[in-house]
Design a binder for this molecule. Structure first.
Ligand SMILES: NC(=O)c1ccc[n+]([C@@H]2O[C@H](COP(=O)([O-])OP(=O)(O)OC[C@H]3O[C@@H](n4cnc5c(N)ncnc54)[C@H](OP(=O)(O)O)[C@@H]3O)[C@@H](O)[C@H]2O)c1
Length: 272
């Protein structure tokens, strides 16, 4: 089986490539220096040359704040870029795995979002990820859409490491606590993706670590682990509900991801 991974220099893409290297699959990781997903001809040439059985599409415009000031660019990368990947997948008869985000939902209420709920994003980034999903749903049948939240781990600096550094300083630290979600370690998520892509159990899935918390909870736990001395204050303004119900995953026979506290404990023990 040949698997092409886009966004392979990014947080999740790099981990998926690492994970696939331990399997019989032949894997090719590509990123911006190989082609820009907005360039349909370049996408077509690169995909045709490798002739993958599966494309895992991780490349995305992910700067959620900057997206609000450059909506066209965000839509081009996440919407048009995904259309180009879909066309290439169809031409090569490849399955597609698309990594999406809890941000496709409005953030209202307190109930966890089900995989069947209708996307209704309020942010530029969330709308663009929803456009990517829509293109896939309307044109393909052999796809996995996997929505997740608050990724950490992988090669680069992440929000957990940033919190660890900040909590190691003395004094008081105010952390945004309006949004509730599940911090998700890329290692178990990549393992799930690598298993899922070998199956024919297509559909829309939510795959985040179990349980929910705020970033202030993550900061508190991180501070404990690094023996940080900062007093954590939670800023509860701007409530956003990014809770994902992952029952569709288990219903389809896939193992759930670990609880966020267990995953974070292991990550901190291994990485700090
Ligand atoms: N991070 C999260 O908390 C989170 C949560 C839920 C879902 N997701 C989704 O999960 C996926 C992976 O996220 P991530 O955190 O691993 O992202 P990431 O670290 O930002 O990696 C994305 C990669 O895509 C590349 N890229 C961006 N624009 C491109 C273009 N026009 N053509 C080709 N490559 C391009 C980036 O290159 P440059 O660095 O050069 O721009 C980067 O290497 C994304 O689809 C994201 O929407 C992320």
């Amino acid at each position: 089986m040949k698997v092409l991974v886009t966004g392979a220099a990014g947080r999740l893409g790099a981990e998926i490539v690492r994970c696939l290297q331990g399997t019989p699959a032949e894997c090719l990781g590509v990123d911006r220096e190989d082609f820009d997903v907005r360039d349909g001809d370049a996408v077509h040439r690169a995909v045709a040359a490798f002739a993958p059985d599966v494309i895992v599409h991780c490349a995305a415009y992910t700067d959620t704040q900057r997206a609000e000031t450059e909506p066209e660019k965000c839509a081009e990368v996440n919407g048009l870029g995904t259309l180009n990947i879909v066309r290439a997948a169809l031409k090569n008869r490849a399955k597609l795995v698309y990594i999406s985000d809890a941000a496709v939902f409005s953030g209202e209420g307190a109930e966890p979002w089900e995989a069947e709920d209708r996307p209704n994003a309020r942010t530029v980034y969330g709308m663009s990820k929803g456009q990517g999903e829509e293109v896939i749903r309307s044109l393909m049948s052999r796809y996995f859409i996997i929505r997740t939240s608050w990724l950490y781990g992988g090669a680069e600096d992440d929000f957990v490491q940033q919190l660890a550094r900040r909590t190691a300083e003395k004094g008081e630290l105010t952390v945004a606590a309006g949004e509730t979600a599940a911090p998700t370690w890329v290692v178990p998520l990549a393992q799930l993706v690598c298993g899922m892509l070998t199956t024919e159990r297509y559909g829309v899935y939510h795959a985040a670590c179990q349980g929910w918390c705020t970033r202030a909870d993550v900061a508190r736990m991180t501070a404990e682990m690094v023996r940080g001395r900062a007093v954590i204050k939670a800023d509860r303004s701007h409530p956003v509900n990014s809770r994902l119900s992952c029952v569709s995953l288990e219903r389809a026979g896939f193992a759930p991801l670990p609880h966020w506290e267990d995953a974070l404990t292991r990550y901190l023990a291994e990485n700090l």
